[in-house]
Design a protein. Structure first.
Length: 431
């Protein structure tokens, strides 16, 4: 059972570093043999949670035939509609079998109760938006929310999930949406869910590079989750959002639940670029050392939509071409995230406090500390002047994060000497 205390999550009284892989389309698209293999792989890499959409992920590849949560009717233009008054029992029976496999491995499901495309007025339902061609069902009628949420939470609460009340929804009043509409829908979602599982852990998956959440919803959450997103400024958001939340006085756990997806083509890039393990690593370490150190959500462009190149009848996503899920399991970023989790729990199980960035020689460097250690992330191998932090001369530990090779580092006159590191490095200084 997950609990929260102060800035962190705990499981059975022990610090729980939330390390999630993202598999939004699990319930609709994954066969049981593939699911078991996938879970075993991620478990070995250090993941302890999987983020799943309870319903069909609208921008994923096509589900397995018959794997729909409600009776469905397709239209000639590719759109479809659900009969929300009925539940496909076989769908939810299979979902429970999948959750039982997670339970065997002591992995925590993180379940999105209602993705934004089922709610009116969201950016996903904008007829002129860039996802206008995505096949989406009609929004869920308001009076169907309570019966649906009651049914789902009753079925799944025995697996002690963490609940994402929302899915990729924004609450900014930007003229393109009305937060009051979304707020009304999601108040109903969280109210219905807590009536069934009042001891559950709840949070909100809001849209990229945003921290806007109505107070009426924020007070329902046990921790704050955000997504730094998949655009050119996502890495900057990964730092600025936790920093601003702490300045505002938020003292609970903060998690970047959706880093840039490894293998995804960067949104809005002037030159086409797929995110690499280095990109993911850079964003992850920066957000962890900026105050979002309760955990991370990792993802690959092929697993979250569960793209299977060997399954007949699958359609490509609306805009971009994902990798086959089997190839995604070979991506090295997952191992980097497992190493990050192990490192945080080794040196900072009792917590970290971000270092004032004005004391660092470059805004690209991030650092955090506790009573015993100072951790410094350097995205480019260079000597680092830490003299303003009053570090003592002597030895330190440096990890080449590209190879995970430990090196003996040295500090002289407050400057950490440069080591033969090609990409990024973590510096661990014992106080």
């Amino acid at each position: 059972m997950i609990t929260t205390k102060g800035k962190y999550l705990y499981k059975d009284g022990k610090r729980f570093f939330y390390l999630a892989d993202t598999c939004w389309g699990a319930f609709t698209s994954v066969t049981m043999p593939d699911w078991k293999y996938y879970l075993d792989t991620r478990k070995r890499e250090g993941f302890n949670t999987i983020q799943i959409n309870v319903l069909r992920q609208y921008d994923s590849t096509k589900p397995i035939p018959g794997r729909e949560p409600f009776p469905i009717k397709y239209h000639d233009d590719g759109t479809y509609e659900y009969d929300y008054s009925q539940f496909n029992e076989e769908y939810f029976d299979n979902a429970e079998k999948m959750l039982k496999e997670m339970q065997k491995l002591d992995m925590v499901p993180v379940l999105v109760l209602l993705w934004g495309n089922f709610v009116p007025n969201t950016w996903m339902n904008d007829p002129n938006g860039f996802l206008a061609r995505a096949p989406k069902p009609q929004v869920m009628p308001f009076d169907c929310i309570k019966p649906f949420i009651t049914y789902v939470v009753n079925r799944f609460k025995k697996y002690n999930p963490i609940y994402f009340v929302t899915g990729d929804v924004g609450f900014d009043d930007n003229g393109k949406q009305n937060p009051e509409v979304e707020g009304k829908y999601y108040q109903e979602v969280v109210k219905a869910a807590k009536a069934v599982d009042p001891e559950g852990i709840y949070t909100f998956h809001i849209n990229g590079e945003s921290k806007a959440l109505p107070e009426s919803l924020a007070e329902q959450a046990q921790f704050f989750s955000f997504q730094s997103g998949h655009g050119p400024t996502g890495e900057k958001a990964a730092v600025e959002i936790p920093v601003s939340k702490r300045i505002e006085g938020y003292d609970g756990p903060i998690i970047d639940a959706e880093l840039c997806y490894e293998g995804l083509t960067q949104f809005g890039a002037s030159v086409p670029h797929r995110f690499t393990a280095y990109d993911v690593r850079r964003t992850a370490w920066k957000t962890i050392l900026s105050g979002a150190d309760a955990g991370l959500g990792y993802g690959t462009f092929g697993i979250w939509p569960w793209n299977d190149n060997y399954r007949e009848g699958q359609k490509e996503l609306v805009m971009l071409k994902p990798y086959d899920w089997r190839e995604c399991l070979k991506f090295r970023g997952a191992k980097d995230m497992g190493f990050l989790k192990d490192t945080v729990l080794r040196y900072a199980a009792d917590g970290l406090e971000p270092v004032d960035s004005s004391l660092l020689e470059s805004p690209t460097i991030r650092a955090a500390e506790n009573d015993d250690y100072l951790l410094v992330y350097n995205p480019v191998a260079n000597p680092i002047d830490l003299s303003k932090l009053n570090v003592k001369d002597g030895q330190c530990k440096i990890v080449d994060l590209q190879t995970l090779r430990p090196l003996e580092g040295s500090i002289k006159h407050g400057v950490v000497a440069m080591e033969p590191v090609v990409e990024d490095e973590l510096i661990v200084i014992k106080k």
